[in-house]
Design a protein around this ligand. Sequence first.
Ligand SMILES: Cc1ncc(COP(=O)(O)O)c(C=O)c1O
Length: 395
Amino acid sequence: MTTKAHPEPIPLSVPLLDGNEKAYLKECLDTNWVSSAGPFIEKFEAALAAETGLAHAAATVNGTAALHLALLVAGVEPEDEVLVSDLTFIAPANAVTYVGAEPVFVDADPHSWQMDTDLVAKFLRDVCDRRDGGLVNRATGRRVTAILPVHILGHPVDMDPLMTLADEFGLAVIEDATESLGATNRGKPVGSSGDISCYSFNGNKLLTSGGGGMIASDNADWIEQSRHLSTQARSSSEEYIHDAVGFNYRLTNIQAALGLAQMERIADHIAAKKAIAAAYQKAFAEVPGLSFMPEADGVESTFWLSTVLVDKAAFGMGSRDLQAHLAELSIQTRPLWQPLHLSPPYAGSMFLGSGVADGLYVSALSLPSSCGLTRDQQERVIAEVIAAQQSGPRR
Ligand SMILES: Cc1ncc(COP(=O)(O)O)c(C=O)c1O
């Protein structure tokens, strides 16, 4: 029984497993296909390719592995520089480090919160030189070879201006679409504008395979290479002969079974996330000091995590105090990621910007957004947020 002292916990974003998950998992057990081969892997890959409109996809053990492989097959080499969003989970920057390259962090655009394309243009035009058929950062002397935009929180990056710059300067574009699968930008699915894109299916994503990832592209060779590298670069199916240093990055059939069942429900999951965002937006429209992460013109976001900005002066408490207050009421929320130029492992990295991401980091809070969030649960969240504001200024 729920008591006032221990109200029912409302988590941030948990899986909704109400499709064919059990049936497909049972099929894995019944057929003994439980490991890194089996029919669900190909089906899951085909489903992701169809969803994104890309020709080829290869499943990976997680989204971070997908990013690592994407950078390798896109030709990013040690000592190269890659432009990476500053406001994101750390995985894409770490993947750049895994290949021995250096991230250059690009601040967020204040309107979209995504990688600021104007800063990219300014850097490429004013700080880089074309040398020996490539592009060199004059400040560091390193080659700049790729851009890695991250579509955050269910919203898409505006890819057209980025692609124009990438074409002009000969850069590869690796899209991190892990948080925004299913969103569209000017009618194009997220992940289908760049050269290669990456996805994650960990437990809090729009779809989950328990843990898992995917890499997708129209470039058949790159996907084939990714698949090869993900299976320890084994070059013979009979002999243990390997033609490179590979990785054990394959997804299991069990995970793919879960992922395929989830993929079949993607439209419902997106509809649920959008309805949650719309209800928060409506309820908070008149609340002083709360504003929503904006949806840009011409895009359709999935609203993976409904996220608000909390203006401390107008709301009466800051985002972290609101987070702590809601936690006491068993309502889980979460802040954005520390901007990567402030992250200790990347303290020495180059940063382009003026601290827009820093401000968003201080003020933003993601609210409960599970696909299975009930109306009652959401009303409780809304009521507690409004009550927190009405109880007056704190701290
Ligand atoms: C933007 C972004 N990139 C990469 C990842 C890494 O995915 P995974 O946890 O599957 O390695 C995540 C999520 O965890 C993410 O949010």
